[in-house]
Design a protein around this ligand. Structure first.
Ligand SMILES: Nc1ncnc2c1ncn2[C@@H]1O[C@H](COP(=O)(O)OP(=O)(O)OP(=O)(O)O)[C@@H](O)[C@H]1O
Ligand SMILES: [Mg+2]
Length: 453
């Protein structure tokens, strides 16, 4: 099994990939050498038996990739990876583990590892991982060198201006929390409906909790047709297939439901998720994804493809610790900070922690907060009708509507810098100075309601 971090790109390389092995078990080191013996483009340049030795050899040999065992006596793979990444960011680390736990994956990513391999793996899997990590590193180096002052001048034949990529197809918004029960599904369905009402455009919601999805319950839709039908069709999804699978909600939002049974959810691979979203991107203007907690391959595929992540947290110490870790992960994934909007849910001021405290602790702006409303959300759950449909006027719905307005696509800014439309932030409207070629700055808050924080 393999988790990868980042996208795939193709960069030609004609020199061998130089690999340093770090593993405390001599047989494993030998096996790894054997697995790579017939790969002409990969060369083992050294082997170390613990983390410390690995760090020293990496400094001396300057390999392209260190193939690192996570569990070793003395300095373990995580610590060694951290030191190697600090010492020379050009050296890539591929972490190996017998366990595939999310915690190991997360810690490896934080330590700077680019890929995570779970033992046992085949020679093909190993070689492909090494090639892909090497290609990605080469691409990064090319991009970085193009951005430095030593990059070719505009007159040079090698000059390629890095133009901002214009959005194409749907804007994809993932709602996420690393902790369960924070309100991800509730906020995702209400947000999708609010987006539909605010924009009158084509809006879809995907239930990304493939094993235990709740969107069908929240919208009172039976799971007759679900993403499991994409799995079963065996072909790549296309518009016709999805049109037959998407359920129509009375609000006008189209719904891609999760499979009715958890074992069917297991069969939804990152590739299926990616391909499905690619087709849906052409069919809709907005796609909201109710994501699952934890970090796995499918979630990383969703995060890679989406335009915006709404990170939900509650204002308590444990959720905030997780939110902080999440930002460390997105930094490792090289997502811009503005890709993630931090939103507090179930806010009632009772924990003694307010938005300002959160900002001070996490060092990321709190974009908004949604009031705790047990009565309205419980009633909505019982009826299968989201709050934003039945009780538009209450604080909960108003903040969801404000969030939808904030996430609504801005008019195309390319031809001439036009004045920005008014933004419902703290009663002030955005000033009209146009951002020229820079990406728009994230608006800090869409609404602060209840007691000022
Ligand atoms: N703002 C809110 N005020 C009060 N209750 C809320 C609020 N938002 C969500 N809830 C309630 O919290 C509970 C969990 O919500 P929900 O199922 O949406 O969370 P989740 O993060 O998707 O959980 P899971 O981990 O099970 O997927 C539900 O009972 C829901 O009604
Ligand atoms: Mg949920």
């Amino acid at each position: 099994m393999r988790f990868y971090i980042g996208g795939s790109m193709s960069v030609p390389h004609d020199k061998k990939i130089r690999v340093l092995i770090v593993d405390d078990i001599p047989e494993t080191r030998d096996n790894l050498k054997k697995l790579l013996y017939f790969e002409d483009d990969i060369e083992i340049i050294g082997a170390a038996s613990n983390g410390r030795e690995g760090v020293d050899q990496a400094a001396q040999l300057r390999p392209d990739i260190v193939l690192m065992d996570i569990n070793m006596p003395g300095m373990d793979g995580i610590q060694a990876s951290e030191l190697i990444s600090q010492q020379d960011p050009n050296i890539q680390v591929v972490m190996m583990s017998v366990q595939g736990e999310a915690d190991y994956l997360r810690r490896s990513m934080l330590a700077g590892a680019r890929e995570f391999l779970i033992k046992p793996f085949s020679s093909e899997e190993l070689a492909n991982s090494l090639r892909r990590v090497n290609q990605l590193a080469a691409t990064r180096r090319v991009v970085v060198s193009k951005q430095t002052p030593t990059a070719p001048s505009p007159d040079s034949e090698y000059y390629q201006p890095i133009a901002p990529v214009r959005p194409r197809g749907a804007k994809i918004i993932s709602v996420y929390s690393s902790k369960g029960g924070v309100g991800v599904s509730t906020i995702a369905v209400n947000l999708a409906i609010a987006l539909r009402e605010e924009t009158r455009s084509r809006v879809a919601i995907m239930d990304g909790s493939f094993q235990f999805g709740d969107v069908g319950v929240l919208l009172n839709l039976p799971a007759n047709r679900t993403i499991a039908d994409v799995v079963e069709s065996k072909n790549d999804p296309d518009e016709d297939l999805l049109n037959g699978i998407l359920a129509a909600h009375s609000s006008g939002v189209k719904v891609l439901l999760a499979p009715p049974r958890p074992e069917q959810g297991e069969l939804v691979t990152p590739d299926i998720v990616r391909k499905t979203l690619e087709v849906m991107k052409k069919q809709f203007d907005y796609i909201v994804i109710d994501t699952d907690k934890g970090i796995n391959d499918s979630l990383l595929a969703i995060f890679d493809i989406c335009d915006q992540i709404v990170l939900l947290s509650t204002a308590d110490i444990s959720s905030l610790k997780n939110a902080k870790l999440f930002f460390e992960v997105t930094q490792q994934l090289e997502y811009p900070a503005s890709k993630t909007l931090l939103v507090l849910n179930k806010y009632d001021g009772k924990t003694g922690i307010n938005a300002r405290d959160v900002e001070g602790n996490i060092k990321h702006p709190v974009t908004g907060q949604i009031a705790r409303d047990d009565k309205a959300t419980t009633l909505a759950l019982t009826r299968g009708i989201p709050v934003v449909i039945t009780q538009k006027g209450i604080s909960f719905s108003q903040s969801i509507i404000a969030m939808a307005r904030m996430l609504r696509r801005e008019p195309d800014p390319t031809p001439a810098p036009a004045p920005k439309p008014p933004v419902p932030s703290n009663g002030h409207s955005a000033n009209g100075s146009a951002p020229k070629m820079q990406p728009p700055k994230p608006k800090r808050r869409f609404m602060i309601f209840g007691k000022s924080s």
